[in-house]
Design a protein around this ligand. Sequence first.
Ligand code: F3S
Length: 78
Amino acid sequence: AKYTRINQETCIACGSCGACAPEIFDYNDEGIAFVLLDDNQGIEEVPEDLYDDLEDAVSGCPTDSIKVSSQPIELQEI
Ligand code: F3S
């Protein structure tokens, strides 16, 4: 299983992740990314058919702000 979460403290609103994985990431009014699946809580499993998109987004983020874990991602981890 994979879970993902944006570190919104380090996201610089570059806009890459939502282009790579539009079904996983979207942006708030300031352009800061969040995970659509669970409102950026890191608790909803990423569907397997989106793993390739997720990988593209992670490798394309210039600030390494996209966290991925095999377990639900708690707030305090990022
Ligand atoms: Fe932010 Fe990285 Fe996405 S900087 S907008 S999390 S690609």
